[in-house]
Ligand binder design. Structure first.
Ligand SMILES: Cc1cc2nc3c(=O)[nH]c(=O)nc-3n(C[C@H](O)[C@H](O)[C@H](O)COP(=O)(O)OP(=O)(O)OC[C@H]3O[C@@H](n4cnc5c(N)ncnc54)[C@H](O)[C@@H]3O)c2cc1C
Length: 463
């Protein structure tokens, strides 16, 4: 394996695939690194191997990824799969773990396309066996055709939840209930952005068709619910929630017996590598998350580092792909393969299309904004499941004078477990901001430290 490339792309989703394909077509020496076994990222996971049967239950938007993968595989870029980036520093030395051995590579330009992760949805009982995220359920479906057995409840808010319900229906999975936590006021808040969203009407059409299919299948749907809980002793036994009198329910507490609960609370940028590279990040008030700061070309605050796709703010697959193409053009320009004129001409249709795909965002961001009850869980709810730290302990640490998550970490151990804060970081910062009445920009985020992925001493020394 080489230890230097002109362009190193991290992430094989739509953004990374488009960036690597574009850069390789400009004659650059490109490598794309991804921890998955096949190209595609989250949305197009395993798409190359998908058969017609999978197309039936995963849908045509999923199958669209096949063309992107084919173009990438034919582009001449080197593909390093099953390769986790466990190390990155401000000198941009990148540590890869491949087949149990550690390798270091460098590049003239680094394109980070590390995508998104699900926003945590801490609720009472979410640590019970039987509770998982909708994204995890979808990964099992896409990568191995595995579906849940027994009584299944889907709960939360966001388009991915509706999509998963539809995919499960196509795969003949029985869903006991869809529990929607979107507050009643959200549609009213989002409506002013509907006219702008019409420019990307296909997203609205898709949303409506998913909802129609769910209603046609007669899945019980509970809307605008409150106080969602996973109930059980050793494992999940039931899901309970408040139907909310003012929200169209009769105000009663509803309990549904369940073996599996899949929750979803939207997605947020996966920023670990951007932070490790020293890139500036900013708080996005609309999406309530941190994102890498970039210009239109994906240029970050660190000169050789560019960022494309959901890592620089949640944009969706089509926009991520277009951002990847812009990154490739700029990389080609910076590495003297094309002049500014050729770059700008090639970018024109891409930026036009990008603006159209982004026009849906304000509507979606308002409709599916995170729900306060799961952004700021009650004192008894576990926030850091690895170290078993509850929301009340984080609030207490804030009250005793901790102004940021790194101090709270030192006092409570939250974020020190095997997931290294992946699942609690955003909740910890939100709780401190709320308790101290401080803006998120002041509170900040967990410092990241390698290894970003678990690596044994044996693997580390085996290079
Ligand atoms: C679990 C999940 C499921 C989703 N499913 C859908 C869906 O079905 N339909 C839809 O429209 N949108 C879906 N989304 C949203 C969708 O991911 C994005 O809008 C879109 O795919 C973003 O593309 P991207 O290229 O920016 O990132 P992604 O597609 O997320 O690709 C990022 C890639 O980076 C890799 N990566 C990250 N960190 C490392 C590392 N340290 N080392 C090596 N590789 C790394 C990941 O393995 C991944 O392949 C999903 C999001 C999540 C979190």
């Amino acid at each position: 394996m080489k230890n230097h490339y002109e362009v190193l792309v991290i992430g094989g989703g739509p953004a990374g695939l488009a960036a690597a394909t574009g850069a390789a077509r400009l004659g650059l020496d490109v490598a794309l690194v991804d921890e998955q076994k096949a190209p595609g990222g989250q949305i197009y996971r395993n798409v190359f191997a998908a058969e017609d049967r999978a197309a039936r239950y995963l849908g045509k938007d999923y199958m669209r990824g096949k063309q992107l993968v084919v173009e990438f595989l034919q582009s001449g870029a080197t593909y390093l799969n099953n390769a986790s980036v466990w190390y990155l520093d401000e000198r941009l030395e990148t540590g890869l773990l491949i087949d149990g051995a550690s390798h270091f590579v460098t590049a003239d330009r680094l394109i980070l396309a590390t995508g998104a992760q699900e926003r945590p949805m801490p609720l009472p009982g979410w640590q019970l066996p039987g509770v998982m995220t909708a994204g995890a359920g979808q990964i099992l479906l896409k990568s191995a055709g595995i579906v849940p057995q027994g009584r299944l409840v889907l709960a939360g808010n966001g388009p991915l939840l509706l999509l998963l319900a539809w995919q499960y229906l196509q795969a003949d999975v029985k869903i006991e209930a869809l529990v929607d936590t979107t507050p009643v006021s959200r549609l009213r808040r989002a409506l002013p952005d509907l006219p702008r969203a019409l420019a990307a009407f296909e997203y609205l059409v898709k949303g409506v068709s998913l909802m129609r299919a769910i209603s046609k299948a007669r899945i019980p749907v509970y809307r605008h619910v409150d106080d969602l809980r996973a109930e059980g002793g050793e494992s999940l036994e039931a899901v309970s929630f408040d139907s909310g009198r003012k929200r169209g329910g009769d105000g009663s507490r509803i309990q549904i017996d369940a073996d599996t609960l899949m929750t979803h609370h939207g997605v947020i940028p996966n920023l670990r590598l951007a932070l490790a590279a020293g890139c500036k990040v900013e708080w996005d008030r609309q999406q309530q998350c941190w994102k890498a700061s970039t210009d239109i070309w994906g240029q970050s605050s660190v000169d050789p580092v560019m960022v494309a796709g959901d890592c620089a703010g949640i944009v969706g697959a089509r926009a991520a792909e277009l951002q990847g193409r812009l990154c490739a053009l700029q990389a080609g320009h910076r590495l003297q393969k094309i002049d500014a004129g050729r770059r700008d001409r090639a970018a024109q249709p891409v930026t036009r299309s990008l603006a159209r795909h982004l026009s849906i965002r304000p509507f979606l961001d308002k409709l599916y904004a995170p729900v306060p009850a799961y952004l700021l869980p009650g004192d008894d709810t576990l926030v850091c499941r690895c170290e078993e730290v509850r929301a009340g302990q984080i609030r207490a640490a804030a009250r005793t004078g901790c102004v940021g998550p790194n101090q709270v970490k030192a006092f409570t151990r939250c974020g020190m477990g095997p997931c290294q804060g992946c699942l609690c970081a955003s909740t910890v910062s939100a709780l401190i901001a709320d308790e101290n009445g401080a803006p998120m920009e002041e509170v900040g985020y967990f410092r990241v430290r390698p290894p970003f992925k678990p690596i044994t001493l044996g693997e580390l020394s085996n290079s």
